[in-house]
Design a protein around this ligand. Structure first.
Ligand code: REX
Length: 395
C-alpha cells in the first residue's frame, strides 16, 4: 500500500467512525451563531417585535439580539432584559417537589389525595402522574383562552386561588384514566403548587426563593404574583391577535394568576442558562431525584416528557433537556445538553404566532447541531403533535 493509499484508508475509517458514533454520545458540533442570528431576524419578519438568545458553552457565552424590547420607545432588546418565562416555571416547581422527595417529605408514587385529601375526584392519581402530565386532569386554559385576546383581557387583572383553577378543570371530563396517557395540562402544575404549599407551610414564592433563586444567585428571577409589573429592566410582551393583521396587544402587565406555579415566574436568559446547567449537573437535587426527572415518556417522534422536564430530539441526533414557555407576549426556549455544559435560552417577545414559534425552535438546531442542522420548515398544522390543542402553541 502506498503512503497516500494508507492515508486515504485511515481517513476513510475516521469518516466512517464519525458517521457511526451515536450523536448523543459525541460532543455536539460547535454552535452556529450565524444560524441563530438568522432565525432571530426571520422571527422579526414574521411579527416578533424582538428576539434574543444566549448560549453558554462550557463557560463561553455567546449572545444574539434583534429588534425592540418596547415598541413605543423603540428601545433595542437585549439579553439583559427580564421577561415572563411561562411554563419554564414548571421546572422550578418540579425541582422544589423533588427536593421535598429527597427530604423524605413526599412520595412520588403516593396519591395526591394523601397530601391534599378530597381535592381530586380520583384517589388513584399519583404525584408522579401529575408531574408527568399523565393524570388526565383537563387543562382549564384550553377553554379560558379559546379566544386569545378576549380570553386574556378577561383574566389579565384577576387573582385566582389554586382551588378555583382546579375547580375550573374539574368541570370537564378527564382526558384519560390516571397514568394511561400523556396529556399536557396546566392543572397538573397548579396541583404541584398546592403540594408545595401544603408540605412546606410556605408560599411557592418562598420556596422558589429559598431553594433555587438564592442558592444559585439568580438576581433576575422573581415570583411577584399577584403583582402585575415586571421589576427592573424588561422586555414588553406583545400578544398576537387571532385575526390576521390585527394590532399586537401589549400584554406585559398582568397578574399571571391563571398560571401561578404552572407559569408565573419572571427571569432572564442568563438566569435560565444558570438554572438549567445547575439542575442537569446535579446541583439542585440528589442524583437519584434527577434521574426520576429525566425518566421520559414519549410525546411524539421528536419529544418526550419526564417530571416537569421536556426532552427534544434534534435532527443531528443530539437530545436536549429543558422546557418551552408561552404566556401572552412571550415565547421562551430553555434547553441544555444532558451534561448541562451547553445551554441555550431564547426569547421572542410575542406569542400566539406559530410561524415565530417554529422559527425560534430552529435556534435549538443551530445551537446544538451547528452548521449541519437540518432546519425544518414551518410544520403544517395537520402535522402538529397531539399535545397541541387548536390555537394553543405548546410544544
Ligand atoms: C396559554 C395561552 C398557553 C397562551 C399555556 N401556557 O398553556 C403555559 C405554557 C403556561 O407556557 N405552556 C407552554 C396564548 C406552551 C409549554 O409548556 O411549552 N395562546 C398565547 C392563546 C391561544 O391564547 N388561543 O399564545 O399567548
Amino acid at each position: 500500500m502506498t503512503h497516500l493509499a494508507s492515508k486515504a484508508t485511515a481517513l476513510g475509517t475516521a469518516v466512517l467512525c464519525l458517521l457511526t458514533v451515536p450523536a448523543h454520545a459525541a460532543t455536539p458540533p460547535k454552535p452556529d451563531l450565524t444560524g441563530v442570528n438568522g432565525a432571530l431576524r426571520t422571527a422579526l419578519g414574521q411579527g416578533a417585535p424582538g428576539a434574543t438568545a444566549r448560549i453558554d458553552d462550557h463557560g463561553t457565552v455567546q449572545q444574539a439580539a434583534a429588534g425592540v424590547a418596547d415598541r413605543r420607545s423603540g428601545r433595542a432588546i437585549s439579553n439583559a432584559d427580564r421577561f415572563r418565562i411561562g411554563s419554564v416555571t414548571k421546572v422550578f416547581s418540579a425541582v422544589v417537589l423533588l427536593q421535598l422527595a429527597d427530604e423524605g417529605k413526599l412520595d412520588l408514587d403516593g396519591s395526591v389525595d394523601r397530601y391534599l385529601p378530597g381535592l381530586l375526584p380520583d384517589r388513584h392519581i399519583t404525584v408522579r402522574q401529575v408531574m408527568g402530565h399523565r393524570s388526565g386532569l383537563y387543562d382549564y386554559t384550553d377553554d379560558m383562552f379559546a379566544q386569545s385576546v378576549p380570553g386574556f383581557e378577561a383574566v389579565r387583572t384577576k387573582v385566582f386561588t389554586y382551588r378555583q383553577l382546579v375547580d375550573r378543570a374539574l368541570r370537564h371530563a378527564r382526558t384519560n384514566a390516571p397514568g394511561a396517557a400523556y396529556a399536557y395540562s396546566n392543572t397538573n402544575f397548579v396541583v404541584a403548587g398546592m403540594l408545595i404549599e401544603r408540605l412546606t407551610g410556605h408560599s411557592v414564592r418562598t420556596e422558589y426563593e429559598n431553594r433555587v433563586i438564592k442558592p444559585l444567585g439568580l438576581s433576575d428571577t422573581f415570583y411577584v404574583h399577584p403583582a402585575t409589573s415586571i421589576p427592573g429592566r424588561h422586555a414588553n410582551g406583545y400578544l398576537t391577535p387571532d385575526t390576521a393583521g390585527g394590532p399586537l396587544v401589549d400584554a406585559t402587565e398582568q397578574t399571571v394568576s391563571w398560571a401561578q406555579s404552572a407559569g408565573a415566574l419572571i427571569s432572564s436568559t442568563r438566569d435560565l442558562d444558570t438554572f438549567l446547567s445547575a439542575l442537569l449537573r446535579g446541583r439542585l437535587t440528589s442524583a437519584a431525584a434527577l434521574r426520576e426527572m429525566e425518566r421520559m415518556i414519549p410525546v411524539d417522534s421528536t419529544q418526550a416528557y419526564g417530571l416537569g422536564l421536556r426532552r427534544r430530539d434534534l435532527s443531528c441526533g443530539v437530545s436536549v433537556y429543558g422546557h418551552t414557555g408561552a404566556v401572552q407576549g412571550y415565547y421562551t426556549y430553555a434547553f441544555a445538553t444532558k451534561d448541562g455544559r451547553r445551554t441555550l435560552t431564547a426569547l421572542a417577545n410575542t406569542s400566539n404566532n406559530t410561524a415565530v414559534h417554529n422559527t425560534m425552535l430552529s435556534t435549538l438546531e443551530s445551537v446544538f447541531c451547528g452548521k449541519a442542522a437540518k432546519v425544518r420548515s414551518v410544520v403544517p398544522v395537520a402535522q402538529r403533535p397531539e399535545d397541541v390543542p387548536p390555537g394553543v402553541v405548546r410544544r
